[in-house]
Design a protein around this ligand. Structure first.
Ligand SMILES: C[S@@+](CC[C@H](N)C(=O)[O-])C[C@H]1O[C@@H](n2cnc3c(N)ncnc32)[C@H](O)[C@@H]1O
Length: 260
């Protein structure tokens, strides 16, 4: 015979819980109309409403979160992040990855023709079907195409390509995209907050230090080296303005194979 027990509901033990039924989060129809308004024509009809994603973001993320949608399709997640940031002055970032499939039979490639232009319109503003101006939500956007580097073939072309790709990845990590002139073998980028310097040849360290002498502002510095050197000694006299960062191991691993 079962002993008497006190029945406890989830909300009693874990605070607020999401409602079971989300009836106020838009519909596929409303989302389709919104996209139609944005592009001036019907693009496709299986789009999620941004209100739904905003509800999920509010439940799962903080104002500084980075939100990844690895199968981003039409970019609803990015749109929702921008809208929520505008609403609550949040500083969320998003990373959208998507293939460029065109299996809706409508002639549109999902990444090039829908996801990227949609997010650009949301940021910059656009004219709706009635010709009225819809204000942009602000924000910024970088669009990258990804590809495999054939590291079984250590050709000069591959080395140059890999170096360039690694530079972009470090810029994404730092959020610095504005190119600044740097000494030979050093690439420098900045944002409103700091600089990123990527030193491709350790022999360029002295000329880099000389070049930044008169510059105010902090630098994140990456020195490419296939060994385990940290270069702390070389930057001892400039450590107040320099944060020396190791190249991420994932990038180095590919480098070690191609530069061997
Ligand atoms: C259901 S939709 C995306 C919905 C979107 N995440 C949202 O919440 O609104 C799925 C998308 O994933 C993309 N996709 C499918 N296979 C993929 C792959 N291997 N890598 C990246 N994207 C892929 C397709 O372009 C498709 O549009």
């Amino acid at each position: 015979m079962a002993l008497p027990r006190k029945k406890q509901f989830l909300y009693e033990v874990s605070g607020s819980t999401p409602d079971d039924l989300w009836l106020d989060c838009g519909t596929t129809d409303s989302a389709t109309r919104m996209i139609q308004n944005m592009f001036g024509k019907k693009i496709f009809e299986t789009i999620k409403p941004i209100e739904l994603i905003i509800r999920m973001l509010k439940l799962a993320c903080g104002k500084e979160s980075i939100i990844l949608d690895f199968m981003a399709g039409s970019g609803t997640t990015g749109h929702a992040v921008l809208k929520l940031n505008k609403e609550d002055s949040g500083n969320r970032k998003f990373i959208l990855c998507t293939n460029n499939e065109n299996n809706n039979g409508n002639g549109y490639k999902i990444a090039e023709d829908v996801c990227y232009p949609r997010i650009k319109k949301v940021i910059e503003g656009y004219k709706n079907l009635k010709g009225e101006k819809v204000e942009g939500l602000g924000g910024n956007l970088k669009y990258f195409k990804t590809d495999f580097v054939n590291y079984d073939e250590p050709t000069d072309r591959n080395k140059i390509k890999l170096t360039e790709e690694a530079t972009e990845m470090l810029c994404i990590k730092e959020g610095t995209f504005e190119k600044v002139l740097g000494p030979e073998n050093v690439k420098v980028f900045k944002n409103c907050d700091h600089y990123t310097a990527i030193i491709f040849d350790q022999l360029a360290i002295p000329s880099f230090k000389e070049a930044i002498k008169g510059i105010k502002g902090k630098f994140s510095v990456y020195v490419f080296s296939l060994g385990d050197e940290t270069f702390d000694d070389e930057f001892e006299d400039t450590k107040s303005k320099i944060r020396l960062s190791p190249i991420p191991e994932a990038i180095l691993r590919v480098y070690r194979r191609i530069f061997k």
